[in-house]
Design a protein around this ligand. Structure first.
Ligand code: BLA
Length: 513
């Protein structure tokens, strides 16, 4: 937690989660001086895990503590630029077997030891065959949805977690559960939305650097690091890449309220951005996964991330192709008009709405108005057009939160929280308007948010259903955003409309002569 300060819901984003000063106690952590490999810092739980008190270890060399083989492997790993590429390596201390996990960060050398556990679910092995199968299935996916569904089922098969989901973050970092694979009988989270505050910014930044974190048992007692500050720098030890890093107490409270005993999440990264998470949870019991299995999950995360980029590009191209079809029919219809080109836009059924993914549209031309789909009342639209003529000078205007700019729109947010408008340069400009309803009415309620919540009050303050309510507040009077592809299609239509209109004008002038 923050030195001298209580972390609460208002200062989450300031909690320095990379320097908690402690670890989760299912393993032990050492930092080492190089090249002597003497112990600089050690976690306080060595007696529980290794059977040796921590204080006497400080300043001591590792030989005599680790077996010869492990010392050799450690030294060899540390000769490389990226010692972590050698993880895990076998270590024995006394008669106990451990996974040795090494890395360097900011001038500190870390050695973490996790006890080798007998994996009770033998079904999780053999790892290589499962991984092969997962990767070929991911690569065979034909859409973003199929890719995410495959990632959830394959990670669940590999890890045995009771629930695995893919969360996707939108442009504002609000999350949506896109895919889910779970034990029968658990509440469904599929389709539920969460506000960005559920995963604060510093955690997102960390998750872009370190792609996997696991909390095997939420009810752990953190083991402090001794001494608390690095002997060489007198600074807190940065645990960004430690596999045992102690997690935020706020997040632990969240898990408790969720009835979640263990969790693990794998980053999905697109460019420099946290695109989403493969999020795993266990309700009924703690869940320890060996390093090798976590590394396999991380690999699935990396391949999925790569394929997400490919799928999104592909889906954008497909959409563009589809929009071009709508555009061609609309331009044809405008050309076919004798008088007002714009009147043609409402003739081919569906095309005008589909062009912008809108639920309603209106065409204002020479003082007349045509509409398709769900639109505000005539009076409301007249007011809106008057406001546009007054305030908006660009040829293309769009917003996903109209009432924030034009307060009267609050009255018709059900129909038009989002507005996309193109104007045609005339003495009195003509308009084509597209409308989108408030987002709340367009999301798919996979998780049935109308279901009554069992617990009330304090207990619920960090509950996902509470988050869902919060998210609904965040997105009040807001529509889904207009995508760059849709905006491009509207701008293209505007150019064609001007062109066709000019053609009509020339014909009219010729007739007049
Ligand atoms: C981290 N929050 C997380 C993580 C998830 C969530 C998946 C990643 C860590 C992990 O794998 O457990 C959110 N988990 C969810 C959601 C669901 C779920 C939405 O299962 C839905 C079903 N969290 C809050 C608030 C704060 C907060 C209000 O809800 C801050 C005030 C903090 N969440 C928080 C912090 C972390 C976190 C600090 C980082 C934990 C860490 O890595 O140390």
């Amino acid at each position: 937690s923050l030195p001298g300060q209580v972390v609460d819901l208002t200062n989450c984003a300031r909690e320095p989660i990379h320097i908690p000063g402690s670890i989760q106690p299912h393993g032990v952590l050492f930092t080492l001086h190089e090249p002597s490999l003497t112990v600089a810092q050690v976690s306080a739980n060595t007696a529980d895990v290794l059977g040796i008190e921590p204080e006497p270890l400080l300043g001591r060399p590792l030989d005599g503590l680790l077996d010869e083989g492990a010392l050799g492997l450690l030294a060899e790993a540390l000769r490389s630029e990226r010692p972590q590429e050698n993880n895990p390596f076998p270590v024995t201390v006394g008669a106990r077997a451990f996974d040795g996990i090494v890395h360097r960060h900011l001038g500190a050398t870390f050695l973490e030891l996790e006890p080798v556990r007998n994996v009770e679910e033998e079904g999780a092995w053999p790892l290589q065959r499962l991984l092969q199968r997962a990767i070929s299935r991911l690569q065979a996916a034909k859409s973003l949805r199929e890719l995410c569904d495959t990632a959830t089922t394959e990670v669940r098969r590999l890890t045995g977690f009771e629930r695995v989901t893919v969360y996707r973050f939108d442009a504002e970092d609000n999350g949506e559960v896109l895919s889910e694979d779970k034990l029968e009988g658990l509440d469904a989270y599929l389709g539920l939305h969460y506000p960005s505050s559920d995963i604060p910014q510093q955690a997102r930044r960390l998750y872009v650097l370190n792609w996997l974190r696991i909390i095997p048992d939420r009810d752990y007692r953190p083991a402090p690091i001794l001494p608390n500050l690095r002997p060489d720098t007198q600074q807190p030890l940065d645990l960004s890449f430690s596999v045992l890093r102690s997690v935020s107490p706020i997040h632990v409270e969240y898990m408790r309220n969720l009835g979640l005993r263990a969790s693990m999440s794998i980053s999905l990264v697109h460019g420099e951005r946290l695109w989403g998470l493969i999020s795993c949870g266990n309700h009924s019991s703690p869940r320890y996964l060996p390093y090798a299995l976590r590394a396999a999950c991380e690999l699935i995360g990396r391949i999925t991330s790569q394929l997400i980029g490919v799928m999104e590009e592909f889906e954008k191209l497909e959409l563009r192709k589809k929009l071009r079809g709508h555009q061609e029919r609309l331009v044809g219809a405008m050309r076919a008009e004798e008088e007002e080109a714009l009147a043609g836009l409402v003739k081919p059924p569906g095309d005008l709405l589909a062009l912008a993914g809108a639920s309603g549209a209106a065409v204002f031309s020479e003082g007349r108005c045509w509409t398709v789909g769900r639109v505000p009342s005539g009076e409301a639209m007249t007011g809106l057009v008057a406001w546009l003529r007054e305030t908006v000078k660009e040829g293309l205007f769009h917003t996903k939160a109209l009432s924030g700019l034009y307060p009267p729109a609050e009255a018709f947010k059900d129909v038009a929280s989002g507005l996309l408008a193109v104007s045609l340069p005339k003495p009195v400009p003509d308009y084509v308007l597209w409308f989108r309803p408030e987002i709340i009415q367009t999301v798919n309620w996979g998780g049935d948010p109308t279901k009554p919540v069992e617990r009330e009050g304090q207990e619920l303050r960090l509950h996902p259903r509470r988050s869902f309510e919060l998210w609904k507040e965040v997105v009040r009077s807001t529509s889904l955003p207009w995508t760059p592809t849709e905006l491009e299609a509207a701008a293209d239509l505007r150019r064609y409309a001007i062109e066709v209109d000019l053609g009509h004008q020339v014909i009219r002038e010729q007739k007049a002569v």
